[in-house]
Design a protein around this ligand. Structure first.
Ligand code: ARG
Length: 464
């Protein structure tokens, strides 16, 4: 047991209590951030005359040595230490002796852990943003390729009106674009430095909080020391944004699972992204899509868990907050894994264009357009709706689609039909006549593709 706070205690901590309290098993993930924060802190202490230049040099060298040794696997982070902060400080003192004992001047583990988590989350937001951007790039390529791949659009999972695959995927493009915007918002809102807040009430040392904030790439220092050590809003916001990303991935996965089923056969997932059955030789299962859908639950769980943990905590720091870490780390790793795999899966998936188009035709997705045809020939919409209803009934009885009816058959139901009805209800016409921005026609889609290409160029990454 290596603790930083033995002085006022007369007994050893009970081993079970020690284990229960310790966070080293998971907060060791923060060693880089902890060392980076410490280097900024002592640099500032020296600039303010609290430490000498020489002491600062010794401490910084020692900290860099620890970083290097941990990176190279020479120094192991073990459960002998309570948390990552104790590990770094104890190692420093072991390495450099007396000056090492000055590292913690004007600092508390409360502002230290608040800083470490912010540094960690900030880097991860950038990484997740890049992964979502790569997904958007893959989607945009698919969109460009499929502006004339006709398929049924659904409402209530019932075939509704024809759209294109580009249009359908384009819906997800907009969702993931908003996901990136959310990440960027969070990044800028959280980018204020808590270091220098002390345990809760600032410190009596002449700290230069602007300096540490700028050394660590923050917009500035936080403005209330009690808030600084107890704020976990940004974690909740991140978990909420991650939950939304997972919700989008999960919806898309659900569609892919349906499309990949024997009944639909709209797509075929690449062998590299499918798995087999141990008993049924014919099976090729969409496990990756299912797992992405399934893992959505654990990211939601992290969000509800941190929200619940935070809801009854009085100001300022309380140990409850230690619970944020495993949940946040797990949610971040889960989302990164899911986004990357999903990108690979969708970019290698084969779309069966003919099946999709046939399905659109067979589902009477052009029925609205047949009614519009009658309206254009002077029939009131309500009557047109009823006439097309009769056509559909007729087709259902004969097990044919609207475009398979003969002109005589059409005219026996309404004399208004002429032979241009076939062109009016072709999938191409149905789609191409929908030209308003946001609609599926090639013309409208091309405008949106252009806008989104520019968006990707202008938003290559989150800028500080
Ligand atoms: N392991 C703690 C956490 O994750 C670090 C802060 C400890 N501060 C304290 N006063 N015990 O929140």
């Amino acid at each position: 047991m290596a603790q930083l706070w033995g002085g006022r205690f007369t007994k050893e901590t009970d081993q079970l209590v020690y284990n229960f309290n310790a966070s080293i098993s998971f907060d060791q993930k923060l060693y880089k951030q902890d060392i980076r924060g410490s280097i900024a802190h002592v640099t500032m202490l020296a600039a303010q005359g609290v430490l000498t230049e020489e002491e600062k040099e010794i401490i910084v060298d020692g900290l860099k040595g620890i970083l290097d040794d941990v990176d190279r696997g020479v120094l192991e982070i073990t459960s002998e230490y309570e948390d990552i902060h104790s590990f770094v400080e104890a190692n420093l003192i072991e390495r450099v002796g007396e000056p090492g004992k000055k590292l913690h001047t004007g600092r508390s583990r409360n502002d230290q852990v608040a800083l470490d988590m912010k540094l960690y989350v900030r880097d991860e937001i950038k990484e997740i943003d890049q992964l979502v951007k790569e997904l958007l790039e893959a989607l945009l390529q698919m969109i460009e390729k499929h502006t004339e791949t006709y398929m049924p659009g659904f409402t209530h999972l019932q075939k509704a009106q024809p759209v294109t695959l580009a249009h359908h995927i384009g819906a997800y493009f907009e969702m993931f674009k908003r996901d990136r915007q959310r990440l960027e918002d969070i990044y800028h809102r959280m980018n204020f430095c808590p270091l220098g807040s002390g345990a809760l009430a600032g410190t009596t040392y002449p700290l230069d909080r602007e300096l540490t904030a700028s050394l660590l790439g923050f917009t500035g220092p936080t403005l209330n020391s009690m808030d600084s050590v107890s704020d976990r809003d940004y974690i909740i916001e991140l978990l909420s944004a991650l939950s939304t990303i997972m919700m989008h991935l999960s919806r898309f996965s659900e569609e892919i699972i349906i499309w990949n089923s024997n009944e639909y056969q709209f797509v075929e997932i690449d062998d590299a992204y499918s798995t087999g059955s141990s008993i049924m030789p014919q099976k090729k299962n969409p496990d990756i899509a299912e797992l992405v859908r399934g893992k959505t639950g654990r990211v939601y769980a992290a969000l509800t868990s941190v929200l619940t943990t935070m809801k009854g905590i009085p100001l300022a720091y309380n140990k409850d907050m230690q619970e944020d870490k495993e949940l946040t780390f797990d949610a971040i790793d889960t989302v990164k894994g899911c986004v990357a795999l999903f990108t690979g899966m969708v970019s290698t998936m084969k779309f069966k264009k003919e099946v999709m188009e046939k399905s659109a035709k067979n589902g009477f997705t052009n029925a609205t357009d047949a009614a519009d045809y009658l309206v254009n020939h002077g029939v009131p919409f309500r009557d047109a709706h009823s006439i097309v209803g009769q056509l559909v009934l007729y087709c259902l009885d004969k097990n044919i689609s609207l475009d398979e009816m003969s002109l005589e058959e059409y005219q026996s139901i309404s004399p208004v039909f002429e032979k241009d009805i076939y062109d009016a209800i072709s999938m191409k016409t149905c789609v191409e006549r929908r030209t308003t921005i946001g609609a599926p026609s090639k013309e409208a889609m091309e405008k949106v593709i252009q806008i989104n290409k520019e968006y990707l160029l202008k938003n290559a990454c989150i800028l500080d």
